[in-house]
Design a protein. Structure first.
Length: 74
């Protein structure tokens, strides 16, 4: 019985430590300037799956870009 309590306490402590480790601030710098400085080419862009899915649907998407910004997704 005493061993089960120690195992339970150890597991609870381990889970608590892993939760705090996951919520830690990330000190590494990310270079987000590349993503913010990129511009999208104006126009209408479409994509379509090569095959039909199991339900008979063929997925497709259409994206419209104006002035470097996405204006519509269908």
């Amino acid at each position: 019985m005493k061993m089960k309590k120690w195992i339970a306490v150890g597991l609870a402590a381990g889970m608590s430590l892993s939760m705090f480790a996951g919520c830690q601030k990330n000190d590494s710098e990310t270079n987000s300037s590349d993503a913010t400085n990129s511009t999208l080419k104006d126009g209408t862009w479409t994509a379509e799956a090569e095959k039909f899915d199991d339900h008979g649907w063929k997925p497709n998407i259409s994206i419209q870009v104006a002035e470097g910004k996405i204006t519509e997704v269908a």
